[in-house]
Write a protein that binds this ligand. Structure first.
Ligand code: COZ
Length: 384
């Protein structure tokens, strides 16, 4: 409570968004913001990106170690066996308007999975539920994507890995390695990231002893925002609007002069370059056309310089979303499918955090500072 009985919005302290507040203990991952380092269960992200498969990283996050051959084969078999959607869920997705936001379609699909079979998710979340749900994120997205294109959904293939199967269910053809391999590395990079907003959301919901579907439905809702996972689609819009290297300076100047935030830059925790941005930059250079990479790189260089000039000391660097746009575009995805593809990866991290929360749970219920009025008395309506 502040000194005055009622603080006006302008007097209220700027909310700090829990910046720097330690709200959970976790063994899953950590962002070392000052050093620009990301670790999954002890492995620096550079040890895993381009080397470990998405399924190996999923096992690492869910179980606690990189799998041996038997464990990997078992997990791959479970992923493959959980790619089909119930008919009622497919029908529900096909009832959605074709112009629905794919993140809304994903959130709805995850929620429908829970409503469709309440016995499946009504008890404490477990690993089989986590695998089953994460394996169905690509199927939900591909079903909606094909629905809006006017095509029938395609059944997932159990002989494909997650990246291959996602592209197959989207486009209905044999995925090329030059597409599925960068997509797999992208999924590895985006699988977990400490206590980001959507992961915190999943843990809060899990802490009430709710079900896994509800936790991940809430997490998808949190990820949708442009301050979080909604940014990569807007990075592509920005680059397409800029159009050529000659327009970079004027576009960025106008954007910053009008108070806009540049999509793909800045991060609450990283005060050095996001290591995922560094890896994705290299992938984008290989996967994108030379012209598009040149435009991306020129935009990045000028944005960093202008942010340093105008926001000295804020340490605003390229974040994971800037080059995610180039990589996902090169893989063949349209911009509005970038945030839900981020969710395909993060479904593993979210469910791993839910399992960790449930293993040692206490209801997450922080305090708030009351800055409203007190001591008011009721007046009959004609006296107000
Ligand atoms: N473009 C322009 N200015 C930015 C900026 C950006 N992308 N990110 C931060 N800033 C500025 C803020 O306006 C603020 O300026 P003042 O100090 O003058 O008020 C300062 O830098 C600090 O910003 P803030 O405290 O709001 O940073 P916060 O940690 O809350 O924000 C996020 C982090 C990611 C939300 C970032 O600011 C952002 O919005 N980036 C663009 C969207 C994006 O890329 N999201 C994906 C994140 S992985």
């Amino acid at each position: 409570m502040t000194d005055s009985a009622t603080a006006t919005a302008t007097e209220r302290p700027k909310p700090n968004g829990l910046e720097g507040v330690v709200a959970a203990s976790t063994e899953l991952s950590h962002v070392f913001g000052e050093e620009g380092k990301l670790v999954y269960r002890g492995y620096d992200i550079h040890e895993l990106a381009g080397k470990a498969s998405f399924e190996e990283v999923a096992h690492l996050l869910w179980v606690g170690h990189l799998p041996n051959r038997t464990e990997l084969a078992d997990l791959e078999e479970k992923f493959g066996a959980n790619r089909q959607l119930p008919e009622a869920v497919i029908e529900g997705i096909r009832e959605l308007p074709r112009n629905a936001n794919p993140m809304d379609a994903l959130r709805t699909g995850v929620s429908m999975l829970g409503a469709n079979d309440p016995t499946l998710y009504d008890n404490e979340p477990d690993l089989d539920e986590a695998i089953g749900l994460a394996a169905r994120f690509p199927a939900i997205l591909a079903t909606f994507f094909r629905h809006r294109e006017g095509h029938e959904p395609i059944q997932g293939r159990s002989d494909y890995n997650t990246a291959q199967n996602y592209l197959y269910q989207l486009f209905g053809k044999e995925p090329e390695e030059r597409h599925w391999k960068p997509l797999e590395t992208y999924l590895v990079l985006l699988a977990d990231h400490g206590l980001n907003a959507s992961t915190f959301t999943s843990r809060v919901i899990a802490s009430t002893e709710s079900d896994l579907c509800s936790s991940l439905t809430g997490a998808v809702g949190a990820l949708k925002g442009p301050a979080h996972g909604g940014a990569p689609a807007k990075v592509l819009d920005m680059l397409n609007e800029i159009g050529s290297a000659d327009n970079v300076e004027s576009w960025l100047t106008n954007a910053l002069d009008s108070g806009q935030r540049l999509m793909g830059f800045g991060h609450r925790v990283y005060k050095a370059e996001d290591p995922r941005a560094e890896i994705l930059r290299g992938m984008a250079e290989t996967a994108s056309s030379p012209e598009f990479f040149e435009l991306s790189k020129r935009t990045e260089d000028r944005a960093l310089a202008m942010l340093e000039e105008r926001k000295p000391g804020r340490r605003l660097y390229t974040n994971v979303e800037f080059y995610s746009a180039a990589v996902l575009a090169a893989v063949g995805l349209p911009g509005d499918m970038f945030p839900p593809t981020f969710a395909v990866a993060r479904a593993v991290g979210w469910s791993a955090h839910v399992l960790e929360q449930c293993a040692n749970n206490r209801l997450i219920r922080p305090a708030s500072e009351y800055v409203g009025p007190t001591g008011l008395t009721f007046k009959p309506i004609d006296e107000r």
